[in-house]
Structures are given as structure tokens and as C-alpha cells.
Write a protein that binds this ligand. Structure first.
Ligand SMILES: Nc1ncnc2c1ncn2[C@@H]1O[C@H](COP(=O)(O)OP(=O)(O)O)[C@@H](O)[C@H]1O
Ligand code: SF4
Ligand SMILES: [Mg+2]
Length: 361
């Protein structure tokens, strides 16, 4: 089966490439029709239900959606931390879906995860420098003196004073701990970082500092990011492209600018109307647009919803939506949407923004 890949049509993946992971035509990560289900097979939790995405070398792709929509599970699947029911994952053109043992360890040097709460993943009783040196040791990076030097360089790279390497996790602030989490992820020299809500737990002013650090590191090291967040403004600030997720599926994807200026799915529209704009100091809602309040909570992912999965909460739902499931389809050269009425929505947003048709399309 050929899986449609938003924006990467024409870029072929060669799945029998040997290690080391060399990127094919700039594409580093490719996820095809990924399904991850939890629980009993009679009523599974469909955490990820047919997600396809791709990340190019040096690119940031944002995965955004409400809590429980499956973002973390996508990240964990890419890290090979959960069992995949269906689909494939290609890294640098190499199929890593069934990777095990030594090859899996090799792969995990290339892809690293940064978490929302670095405190949870740091050993409270170990000085942070030692924790970084231990990661280097596990991955057989240099002798003791070289590891100490590398830990010091990593601290410097993430904006921390190497004199603090002897301190314990509780002696750092939340922002500093996130810098340590980033240093630890960088220790093994990855090319892909899966950043799972890396700033969600931080104060707004600290958020910007960490986002800027991630951007600088990306520029200096040529990193690719799969950037997970529930806040569209944070994702827009960081990412070239955005994938919007709802109930385990991608409902809209496109360039950040397109999605932010001309959403083509009512769910994106609702998310956009409720987020502050990080680029403007997190103090204003996008374009002063009217707030759309989503009805109720996201349904349980064990429920199979007929028609459009979003219809129970959609402010634009019509009769057709209750019976006919929309497919993710191209609605603009840089935008895909899983809404029957995407074109109407685009036209409405274009008119409301006062943009001429030639500028918008
Ligand atoms: N290990 C697990 N066992 C059972 N259900 C899980 C597990 N991990 C996640 N889920 C469920 O899968 C869904 C998606 O979770 P998650 O990927 O964490 O979403 P997000 O990161 O978008 O908040 C949720 O309903 C969550 O409760
Ligand atoms: S298909 Fe219908 S229910 Fe689904 S997002 Fe579009 S308008 Fe809403
Ligand atoms: Mg999560």
C-alpha cells in the first residue's frame, strides 16, 4: 500500500539501506501508517491510529493536540519504547520497525528524547555531571578524562556553568534542569531529538529561553526535531511544519505559516483561537480572533466513532459528518486537511483576514 506523505511526495525511501543511518534525499525520519493500541484486543485504546509523518534533516516538525490525543505515544513508538501494532518506521531510509539488540542500541544513539519533566529522569542522588558521564560511558565514548571534558563541553553548549557539574538535580531550577536534560540527550550525538512538551512545565520567560536554546542547537548541530506540544503557539515558534492530532489521527498538516494563518480544519481553528502567541510574548490571542470553545472532552480512544471522529465536538458539523469519515487530503500545495468542508473554511478565513485570493492560495 502506498501511504500518502504530506509534503514528501516524490521523495523515495530506500528501506534496505545498511547502517549507519544515512539520510535519503534529506529525509531523516519517516513514519508510515503507524498504529499503537493498548489494553485488551476486544476494546483496545487506539492511542495512535494510522499516523504518517516525515522529518527532514535539520527540520523541526511539530505534533500538536490536546492531552490524550496520542502525541507521546508517537514519540515513544519512534524511540521503539512501545509495541507497534501496524505500520513502519524508517530512519535515514533504514527500516527500524523490528530493530533489536545491538542495532537498537545503535539506533538510540541517533534518536533521543527530551521530556517535560527532566527531574523524573534524573537520579536525585547522583551529581548531574556524573549522570552525563555515565551516558557517555554506556555508549563507550572516550576514557574517563575525555568523558569529563565532554560533560563540561555539553554543559557549556546548553548555557550552564561547568562548575555546576558536581551539583545534584534539586540544586537547579526547572529551566536549568531542562538544560541538563537536553545536555544528556546530546551526549550521544543524536541527529533526531524527540522533544515531548519540553517547556510545558516552565514559566513563560523560561520557556522562551529553552526554545531559543533548542533553536540555536539545531542551527549549530544540524539537528532534526519532532517537537511535541499541546500549545500551537509554541509549536509555531519552533517548527517549519505542523501536524495537528486528534484521537490518534492527523487531522491537519502543513507549513507553520499556512496553518497559523489559514487553518483548514475546525479543530485547528479551535486550538488557534485559544492559545496565546509566544512570538508576541505570550500575551495575545492569535489575531484577536473569536474564541471557539470546544464542546465537552475528547471521547475515549476505546470508542469507535462513526463518521468524522471530531463531529461530537465540532462547531461546524453537519449531517454528513456523522456518517461519512473524511480522509486527510491535500487542500493547498502546503496544506492537508481531514475535513469535508476544508475549502469553505479556508475561504472564510481568507475573507476574514482581508487577504486577497492570490496571496492566500
Ligand atoms: N501504557 C499505556 N497503557 C494504556 N493506555 C495508554 C498507555 N499510554 C498511553 N495510553 C493512552 O493512550 C492515549 C494517548 O496517550 P498519550 O500518547 O500519552 O497522549 P498525549 O501525549 O497526546 O497526551 C491516552 O488515552 C492514554 O491514556
Ligand atoms: S468533517 Fe464535519 S465534523 Fe469533521 S471537522 Fe469537518 S465539519 Fe467538523
Ligand atoms: Mg504526552
Amino acid at each position: 500500500m502506498v501511504v500518502p506523505m504530506p509534503f514528501l511526495e516524490g521523495i523515495m525511501s530506500i528501506s534496505n539501506r545498511p547502517m549507519p543511518f544515512s539520510a535519503v534525499d534529506g529525509e531523516l525520519l519517516r513514519v508510515e501508517d503507524l498504529r499503537v493500541y493498548f489494553g485488551h484486543h476486544k476494546a483496545p485504546v487506539r492511542a495512535v491510529d494510522g499516523v504518517s509523518l516525515a522529518v527532514r534533516r535539520g527540520e523541526s516538525v511539530g505534533l500538536v493536540g490536546e492531552s490524550g490525543c496520542g502525541k507521546t505515544t508517537v514519540g515513544r513508538a519512534v524511540m521503539k519504547l512501545v509495541e507497534i501494532i501496524e505500520g513502519r518506521i524508517l530512519f535515514g531510509g533504514y527500516d527500524i520497525t523490528s530493530l533489536r539488540g545491538g542495532n537498537l542500541r545503535e539506533y538510540r544513539k541517533q534518536a533521543q528524547m527530551v521530556f517535560q519533566d527532566p527531574y523524573g529522569s534524573l537520579n536525585a542522588r547522583m551529581p548531574v555531571g556524573q549522570a552525563i558521564e555515565e551516558v557517555l560511558h554506556v555508549h563507550k565514548r572516550g576514557d574517563r578524562a575525555q568523558r569529563r571534558k565532554q560533560a563540561s563541553e555539553l554543559f557549556h553548549a546548553v548555557g550552564l556553568n561547568p562548575e555546576y557539574l558536581g551539583r545534584y538535580p534539586h540544586e537547579f531550577s526547572g529551566g536549568q534542569r531542562q538544560r541538563i536534560g537536553i545536555a544528556r540527550a546530546l551526549a550521544v550525538g543524536p541527529s533526531l531529538i524527540i522533544a515531548d512538551e519540553p517547556v510545558s512545565a516552565l514559566d513563560v520567560s523560561v520557556q522562551i529561553q529553552i526554545l531559543n536554546l533548542l533553536r540555536d542547537l539545531q542551527r549549530n548541530m544540524g539537528l532534526s526535531y519532532l517537537f511535541v506540544a499541546h500549545d500551537l503557539s509554541v509549536v509555531r515558534y519552533m517548527c517549519d511544519r505542523i501536524m495537528v492530532m486528534y484521537l490518534g489521527k492527523i487531522v491537519e498538516s502543513g507549513s507553520s505559516e499556512r496553518i497559523y494563518s489559514f487553518p483548514s480544519h475546525p479543530y485547528t481553528e479551535a486550538l488557534l483561537s485559544s492559545v496565546p502567541d509566544v512570538g508576541k510574548g505570550l500575551d495575545s490571542r492569535k489575531g484577536g480572533s473569536k474564541r471557539i470553545v470546544l464542546k465537552g472532552d475528547m471521547p475515549s480512544p476505546t470508542r469507535q466513532i462513526p463518521g468524522c471522529p471530531f463531529h461530537t465536538r465540532c462547531h461546524r458539523a453537519r449531517d454528513k459528518c456523522r456518517v461519512d469519515a473524511p480522509r486527510l487530503r491535500r487542500v493547498h500545495p502546503y496544506q492537508w486537511s481531514a475535513c469535508h468542508y476544508a475549502e469553505e473554511l479556508l475561504e472564510e478565513n481568507r475573507t476574514a483576514s482581508g487577504t486577497s485570493k492570490s496571496d492566500a492560495f
